[in-house]
Design a protein around this ligand. Structure first.
Ligand SMILES: Cc1ncc(COP(=O)(O)O)c(C=O)c1O
Length: 382
């Protein structure tokens, strides 16, 4: 039997490969983006409370009302914007699912989608699975800013959507307010829909501010904004996220969502709702900025080159050109096997596998994990 291959990416993702290699070689895993420190005790207690209180059956399709209300209040207090919990917020099993569902809600075969690269690895397979065509536009190194002329030139009558990510995985770059204005200029006379992947919205450093697409009324009216609790509360394994979109977009999104998974883990939603309502959002950026600074300081004693400290996310990209001539995938595998530190090569984030001899480190780790990892890296010549 021949089954259809619905997208052009075959094989296993680099995240799975590197995490498996890390395990096999007992390496310190700075590859996949997840913290190695515990979640807030209140949050764990709240899941147990939810189960004990009987919150164990299907939640409403759009998500528990109390969680949607807590999100709306949170956006009001942090961004000063009004979000309608009933018509604009949908709880999802993670942001990856929300991105896929948003694409499915809008794409028809033959549509084109602009993808700013390097890009999170699910975007292009999601686009292609929906019969659409990804049109990559490369960000400009070393600060990975958007070249708006390149974006303008990539637009055709078939362009249906553009997906962006700020703060950015893998580079840690952050959009400025002016980027949103430029995006608005570029799409103004088109029907292009924006997917704004803001899963790292709260991981932003050096006194900078995250501007959400939701704060730009003109763009908000044509956008799906996608979020993940996993990145805020250190619980990536819970896989709970949400989508905020205008009422008509939300209707289209839910039309698919109700048949894709119908509803999302109830005890986890209960716990997140109460944690949020209790003001549970720690200023997570403070802890992660301290980790970024520690990691940069430690890494400066090695042969790796830092072109720009991460402005957001929990990733730092570093060059290894002073250490090795290997391609980045081979280098990352060699580093894991020989030095016991797993990273992610950056070339798999490009559809043309552009290799700038960069690897991505995740610094959302205990201080001792970072210290031990860099101790190993300092043995490299460079
Ligand atoms: C840019 C980006 N978008 C989305 C996600 C996925 O979030 P979730 O775990 O909620 O599916 C990630 C996770 O690493 C990410 O880096």
């Amino acid at each position: 039997m021949i089954l259809p291959q619905k997208h052009s990416f075959t094989g296993t993702t680099i995240f799975t490969i590197m995490s498996a290699l890390a395990q096999e070689y007992n390496a310190i895993n700075l590859s996949q983006g997840f913290p190695d420190f515990p979640i807030d005790e209140e949050l764990s207690a709240l899941v147990a409370e939810a189960a004990a209180k009987g919150f164990n059956q299907y939640a409403p399709m759009a998500g528990l009302p109390m969680l949607r209300e807590a999100i709306a209040n949170d956006f009001k207090s942090r961004y000063g914007i009004d979000v309608d919990k009933d018509t604009e917020i949908t709880i999802t099993p993670g942001a990856t699912y929300a991105i896929y569902t948003a694409f499915s809600a809008i794409l028809q075969p033959g549509d084109e989608v602009i993808v700013l690269e390097p890009a999170y690895d699910s975007y292009i397979p999601n686009i292609e699975t929906n019969g659409a065509i990804a049109v990559p536009v490369q960000l400009t190194a070393p600060d990975f800013h958007v070249d708006w002329d390149k974006v303008k030139n990539a637009i055709t009558p078939k362009t249906k959507a553009l997906i962006l990510n700020t703060p950015h995985n893998p580079t840690g770059a952050v959009w400025q307010k002016s980027d949103w204005d430029k995006l608005a200029d570029v799409v103004r006379d088109t029907d292009i829909v924006i997917l704004s992947d803001e899963v790292y919205e709260q991981l932003i450093f050096d006194g900078q501010q995250h501007y959400t697409v939701m704060q730009h009324p003109e763009l908000r009216a044509r956008s799906f904004a996608l979020y993940s609790f996993g990145k805020v509360f250190h619980n990536t394994g819970w896989k709970i996220g949400f989508c905020i979109a205008p009422a008509d977009f939300t209707t289209a999104f839910r039309r698919l969502h109700q048949y894709l998974c119908f509803s999302v883990n109830t005890p986890a939603q209960y716990a997140l709702a109460h944690h949020l309502a209790n003001g549970g959002r720690q200023p997570v950026y403070k802890m992660l900025q301290q980790k970024r600074d520690l990691f940069l300081d430690l890494l400066s004693q090695t042969g790796f080159s830092i072109y720009k400290p991460a402005s957001g996310s929990y990733f730092q990209v570093a060059g290894y050109e002073r250490i090795s001539d290997l391609g980045d995938v081979e280098f990352a595998q060699w580093l894991t096997k020989e030095y016991g530190v797993a990273t992610i090569p950056v070339s798999p984030f490009y559809s043309n596998k552009k290799d700038d001899k960069l690897v991505r480190f995740c610094f959302a780790k205990k201080d001792e994990t970072l210290r031990t990892a860099v101790e190993r890296l300092s043995k490299l010549n460079g």
